[in-house]
Design a protein around this ligand. Structure first.
Ligand SMILES: Nc1ncnc2c1ncn2[C@@H]1O[C@H](COP(=O)(O)OP(=O)(O)OP(=O)(O)O)[C@@H](O)[C@H]1O
Ligand SMILES: [Mg+2]
Length: 207
């Protein structure tokens, strides 16, 4: 089984059948991962342990939420939950698709916005807005939220995100999106991620 990636919460392996396996990281390795990103945390032990605790709570929350909301499975790569381990469709991460050309970036952004409406219809939203690392495209060319472990299900939180344009704070927007695409992204997001659209789509797929 080939390891294809790792973040704070999981090690990710290619199962070779169009699916990936996510194994939760042991807490010790989560601390190491965080230290690599932010070495100064070693001097803030309370904050450090709270960050890890929060990440694990977020993961548990999302897993419990999606176990009860199967109508959203298509959006998150048709996961299968087996004790602590999760399998999911393999996708091409957006990271590998962004930055090739302006016209490709625009297409990805348009697809992402339509996808966000689908998430809203199911009553949830990603909170991080790092499109490149957390989203991908499946073999049918559909957008998938592969990292579905940092979500909100509170409309108020999404309203707040819209109000402050939270997506502009993401590392993806600040450091990794090329300049021309950045303008396109911020204009498109402002025009589409609106309170009006949130009210229009929110929980439309739920009974
Ligand atoms: N379904 C998938 N298909 C293909 N690759 C995947 C899939 N899920 C994860 N990966 C790969 O594994 C990496 C780690 O995934 P994961 O979503 O757990 O963390 P991350 O978003 O990179 O980091 P963090 O934990 O900080 O959010 C991804 O960046 C991606 O390269
Ligand atoms: Mg992530």
């Amino acid at each position: 089984m080939k390891k294809i990636g790792a973040g704070l919460q999981f090690n990710v392996y290619d199962l070779g059948n169009g699916r990936v396996l996510r194994k939760p990281k042991k807490e010790f390795f989560q601390y190491l991962t965080y230290l690599k990103w932010s070495p100064q945390l070693i001097f803030q032990p309370k904050r450090f342990s709270n960050l890890i605790k929060q990440a694990n709570q977020d993961r548990e929350f999302a897993i419990n939420y999606f176990k009860k909301n199967k109508s959203a499975f298509d959006l998150i790569g048709n996961p299968n939950f087996n004790l602590e381990e999760i399998t999911q469709h393999k996708v091409i991460p957006f990271r590998k698709l962004f930055g090739k050309s302006y016209s490709e970036d625009k297409k990805l952004i348009d697809k992402y916005i339509l996808f966000t409406f689908e998430c809203w219809k199911n009553g949830f939203a990603d909170r991080i807005y790092n499109l490149d690392n957390n989203f991908g495209i499946d073999k049918n060319d559909k957008v998938i939220l592969m990292d579905f472990f940092e979500i909100t299900t509170e409309k108020e939180k999404i309203k707040e995100a819209i109000k402050i344009e939270l997506w502009k704070k993401s590392a993806f927007y600040r450091y990794r999106l090329q300049r021309k695409s950045k303008n396109y992204y911020s204009e498109k997001m402002k025009k589409n991620l609106t309170l009006e659209n949130l009210n229009k789509y929110w929980r439309k797929n739920e009974n």
